[in-house]
Design a protein around this ligand. Structure first.
Ligand code: J9Q
Length: 228
């Protein structure tokens, strides 16, 4: 899988070189390339935004700068992902779908977003015919300063589903149960007693049926407690 991210803050993406993702890139399974949007500006001030037509708060990022930056990384068979709070909510199902993609391009907007003609332009049939698909995506209903952190959340969750990236493939199989609400029970390890708190007896019983029953009831209770 090849990933490109376009941003005015390339330094944000430094953590993607660490740990699992760093190793996956060294092994050639994965490549992540981060591009500075300002390299595609055409004026001496390296302007990336301007006031919105129609008035209103904030600034809108320039279509022409984004168009030049995207054209510089665009290939056939790619998903162009525009991070925006107005996008479709990212979830594990979308992560799974995108983990099969050949190329992902993340457009990380700041301010009030990117001129909407960028989305419109790359949604045209000439791009669809090249198997280029545009998606507007949000990671959740909260305000961020920009799309960078949202893109990193997506990159971490998508790439760990790419075969060979995850260290222990067994945990992938276990996680498929998780989507059905299993595995969300509380966990304990040694010592048996910590600051006066005991590990539940059932977990020491060796009775695997009783353990499974206890865990599913705890998972339900936890879900109820933590529901919004
Ligand atoms: C670009 N708030 O928020 C939640 N998911 C994405 C975003 C976002 C934002 C501002 C700019 C993305």
């Amino acid at each position: 899988m090849k990933i490109d991210a376009i941003t005015i803050f390339p330094e944000y993406f430094a953590p993607l070189q660490l740990s699992l993702l760093g190793k996956a890139q060294e092994s050639g399974l994965l490549s992540i390339n981060v591009h500075d949007l300002r390299a595609h500006t055409t004026d001496v001030h390296h302007t990336v935004d301007d006031a919105p037509y129609g008035g209103g708060a904030g600034m809108v990022m320039l279509a022409d700068v984004w168009g030049n930056a995207i054209d510089g990384v665009l290939h056939d068979d790619a998903d162009l992902i525009i991070l925006t709070p107005a996008g479709r909510r990212f979830d594990q199902q979308m992560a799974e779908e995108l983990s099969h993609a050949k190329r992902l391009i993340f457009a990380c907007g700041r301010y009030e977003g990117i001129d909407d003609r960028v989305r419109e332009h790359y949604s045209q049939t000439q791009y669809a015919d090249r198997n280029i698909r545009v998606r507007e995506v949000s990671i959740g209903d909260y305000v961020l300063g920009g799309g960078e952190v949202a893109a990193m959340v997506m990159i971490e969750s998508i790439t760990r589903l790419v075969p060979g990236v995850l260290g222990n493939p067994l945990s992938l199989a276990e996680e498929s149960h998780n989507e059905e609400g299993y595995l969300e029970y509380p966990n304990f390890t040694r010592p048996k007693e910590w600051r006066g708190l005991e590990v539940p007896d059932v977990l020491l019983s060796g009775n695997h049926g009783a353990i499974a029953t206890w865990r599913s009831s705890q998972a339900r209770e936890r879900k109820d407690t933590n529901s919004n």
